[in-house]
Every structure is written in structure tokens, then in C-alpha cells.
Design a binder for this molecule. Structure first.
Ligand code: SF4
Length: 450
């Protein structure tokens, strides 16, 4: 079930991880190559957020579909050749919906052509008409079978047409629901499926509003709720408040309060725990249930078997029927594996409240996958010196800078630089490389064309 090229890429990834990150729960290099993102392909944004991770020149760069298509393709060539035949990649930069719909669709198709599962990053302030134009060709036939968006909604943002200056997270709930509704309509009118993630930057101003936001979003239509504690990164004119006045544990506790369950994130490690936490689960009605619980030894055995047997398998690209056949064949050949799977499923059902309750939820269509994630960027004043020393092969003796180096070494989120052949951690991209890159783009793509 695992492509040979994918296996080679995973093994190379594992070998490249620092020793301290090669722990049994590490998913990178065992089952997942990591995330990818584009850069410098459409730097401009029409919102003003505080903080904003774009450099101060970003809004002086014209959105240019030709440039986007070319740059995305060049970056995908490098990602495909260095990271294997499939991965999740984010179409990210400034605001993706400023792209012409045809250019947006073309960029997604390029990414798919290189084996990537693309996800567009947006503020979500666009209309159904735009979404439809991305997805449909000139004959109004779907040109994309599935579409993924990560939508940023929180009170750090300014410029949304319906709520230009939200005072509380609750002010944004209607916009969140309206965003998801567009994708429901897309599916019912054109049969195009979607995966939606909700992104929320966390500051001292909205930390205690996380539980309400989780409750508002849990059944809105998002399959992932992701939280980013604010970092001192990007445009320093937009830094507000003391972003270091709360910890990752406090953010996670607020998310747990919102969903009403413990979120077991230690079962799978994505790179470095100081960067990422993830808890994968399913909502059965109002009850969220983890698929793997880090306090359950039998679940850890399931995780290890999954890494061994299915790590690197491109399940999303296999037709469900074909995947079921392959899985059935494997389980017939390996009945012990089937027994582990049955016991695991029975544990999930028990956590959900028993078989009758699961059947009832299924009848009412109240079962939906919901993953929680937290991604904590590193402050630019630590990334800069950390990266400079790493380029020279030196370890810092400053505790904070050394911690940044350790995290960058285990980074799971890379951006491709075809001009040098390098893959660069996103923290380095935003903190070190973006300013010069955007200055160059500003000359190449001025707002006012000569
Ligand atoms: S981009 Fe930065 S915060 Fe994210 S995984 Fe890489 S080093 Fe960690």
C-alpha cells in the first residue's frame, strides 16, 4: 500500500531528524513527510491583522496570475523531487482569494499534478460566486473533485466586509457559519466535496474566548480547528500586546474546555512538541472522542502498527472501493492485524457511549471527524540568530536560540527555494527571507504597471 518512492523519501526524512526527535510517537519520517507551503506567489492581502506575518513590503506587490502559476510550478518541481510523490501542501502567501478564480484553480491543479493535496489559505471573505468560478470550468463542469480551505477567523483581523472590526469572537460566528454554508451548497449543487480548517490566532485578547469559539465551530462544518499562539514575526508595526503572557498549555486547556474532553496530543508527535500538538478524533453528537488515546497502551500499539503497515500510504488518492479491497486482502492475510483493528474499533465505540448511541448518531448524521491542532511559530528575534548559526554548522549557547535551533531542525512545515534547491522552515521564511524576497517582488511586480 506504500509507494516505493514515498518510502525512500520517508526514510530520508527520518534520517534527517535530530536524534531527540526520533521518538516512538514521531510521525514524521514514519507515516507523514510533513507539510509544505508556497511563498512569494501572491504576497498581497486586503486585511490588516495584528499580528501579521507578512513583511511590510508584501502589500506593494501586485497580484499577478502568470507569476503565481509559474512560481507555484517551480516550487512544486523541487518539492516533488525532494519529498516524494505525495504530500499536503498549502497554497499560501497573502490572501489567496485576491487571485483571479482561474489562476487560483490553475495553481491548485499544478499542485495536484505534482502529487500534492493542496489547501488554500484565506481570510474567508469571498462570495459563493468566486468559489463556484474556482471549481467550475467554462462549461460549468467541475474541474476539481475536492477542494480544501483553511480559513482564518479571529478578532485580530480587520477588514471583513460583514464585521470590519470584530470586538469579540462571537461577532464572527455568523461569518464562520456563512463560510461553511458556501461549501455545503457547492456539494449539493455540483457534487464537489471539501475539507475545511478553521485557524485562530491566539492573543491575550481572545484566549478566554476559545471555549465559546470551539462550541460555535464544532458543528459548523470544519473538520479541523487549529490554533496559533501569536508570535513576534512578520511586520513589527503590527505587533500588539504581550504574546508571551500565556503558555501553550493554557491555550490547549481552553480548547479542551470548549470541546469538553481531554485532547490527547502526545500519542503522535509532529516534529517538535514545542511547535505542534495534534489530537485526531470524531464527534458523536456533542461528544468528542479521540481515535487514539495516549493513556491507553493498546492504542499506542495500534499507532505503531499503523506506522509500520500504512505509514506513507497515499490513502486519499486511492478510490475508497479499491482501498477497501486492498485493506480486506491485507486483513485476510494477517488475521492478527484484523483482531487488533476490531479491538481498537470497539474501544472507540465504547468511548462514544456504546453501539446503540453510535447507531443513533449515525442515523441523525451526527458523526463527523474533528481534529484539533496547535501550531506555535517561533519569535523572529530567536529564529534569525538560530538560522545564521545553523548555516555555519554551529550550536548556540544561548538557551532560547538553541531551543529555536532544535525546533527548526525538526521542522515539519517547509517552503521550497528552487533557486538554491533548498527546503526552508516556514519560520525562517517569514522571519529571515520574506523581507528581501518581497523587496525583489515589489520591483518585479509593482502595483502600478509602467
Ligand atoms: S515552521 Fe517553525 S513553528 Fe512550524 S514546525 Fe517549523 S520550526 Fe516549528
Amino acid at each position: 500500500m506504500v509507494d516505493a518512492q514515498a518510502r525512500v523519501a520517508l526514510d530520508r526524512r527520518w534520517a534527517g531528524l535530530p536524534e531527540r526527535a526520533r521518538v516512538p510517537e514521531q510521525v514524521i519520517g514514519k507515516a507523514f513527510i510533513g507539510c509544505e507551503g508556497t511563498h512569494g506567489v501572491f504576497p498581497r492581502c486586503n486585511f490588516t491583522c495584528s499580528p501579521c506575518y507578512h513583511s511590510s513590503d508584501a502589500n506593494h506587490v501586485r497580484v499577478d496570475g502568470g507569476h503565481t502559476r509559474t512560481a507555484v510550478e517551480q516550487q512544486m518541481v523541487l518539492l516533488r523531487s525532494t519529498r516524494g510523490p505525495h504530500a499536503h501542501a498549502q497554497l499560501i502567501g497573502g490572501e489567496v482569494s485576491l487571485l483571479d478564480a482561474d489562476d487560483h484553480a490553475a495553481a491548485l491543479q499544478v499542485m495536484e499534478r505534482f502529487g500534492r493535496v493542496p489547501m488554500s489559505f484565506t481570510h474567508g471573505d469571498f462570495d459563493y460566486d468566486y468559489l463556484e468560478r474556482i471549481v467550475l470550468d467554462e462549461q460549468r463542469r467541475p474541474r476539481l473533485a475536492k477542494i480544501s480551505f483553511a480559513a482564518h477567523f479571529d478578532i485580530t483581523m480587520r477588514g471583513r466586509r460583514s464585521v470590519p472590526r470584530p470586538r469579540t469572537e462571537r461577532d464572527l460566528d455568523q461569518a464562520r457559519h456563512d463560510f461553511c454554508s458556501m461549501f455545503d451548497r457547492l456539494r449539493s449543487e455540483h457534487g464537489v466535496a471539501s475539507f475545511l480548517a478553521h485557524n485562530m490566532t491566539v492573543t491575550p485578547g481572545n484566549l478566554d474566548q476559545i471555549p465559546d469559539t470551539v462550541r460555535a465551530c464544532r458543528s459548523a462544518g470544519f473538520s479541523m480547528l487549529s490554533f496559533q499562539p501569536a508570535a513576534y514575526m512578520g511586520d513589527s508595526r503590527r505587533w500588539r500586546a504581550d504574546y508571551r503572557s500565556f503558555s501553550s498549555d493554557e491555550v490547549w486547556a481552553q480548547v479542551e474546555a470548549g470541546i469538553g474532553a481531554r485532547l490527547p496530543w502526545r500519542v503522535m508527535q509532529y516534529g517538535d512538541n514545542r511547535c505542534n500538538r495534534t489530537a485526531i478524533g470524531v464527534c458523536f453528537g456533542q461528544r468528542w472522542v479521540p481515535l487514539l488515546d495516549d493513556a491507553e497502551p493498546a492504542d499506542l500499539q495500534v499507532r505503531d502498527l499503523y506506522y509500520q503497515r500504512f505509514g506513507g500510504a497515499n490513502m486519499g488518492a486511492t478510490a475508497p472501493a479499491l482501498f477497501a479491497v486492498k485493506l480486506a486482502r491485507l486483513l485476510i492475510r494477517r488475521p492478527a492485524l484484523a483482531a487488533v483493528g476490531v479491538r481498537w474499533l470497539s474501544r472507540v465505540v465504547r468511548r462514544a457511549g456504546g453501539l446503540n448511541r453510535v447507531i443513533g448518531c449515525a442515523r441523525r448524521r451526527e458523526i463527523r471527524p474533528l481534529t484539533f491542532a496547535m501550531h506555535s511559530f517561533i519569535d523572529a528575534d530567536a529564529v534569525g540568530p538560530a538560522w545564521e548559526l545553523m548555516r555555519r554548522g554551529e550550536a548556540s549557547d544561548d538557551t532560547r536560540v538553541r531551543a529555536a535551533q532544535e525546533r527548526l531542525e525538526a521542522c515539519v512545515y517547509h517552503m521550497a527555494h528552487p533557486e538554491t534547491g533548498e527546503l526552508i522552515p516556514a519560520c525562517v521564511q517569514h522571519s529571515v527571507l520574506d523581507p528581501a524576497e518581497n523587496r525583489t517582488l515589489r520591483s518585479l511586480l509593482p502595483l502600478i504597471q509602467p
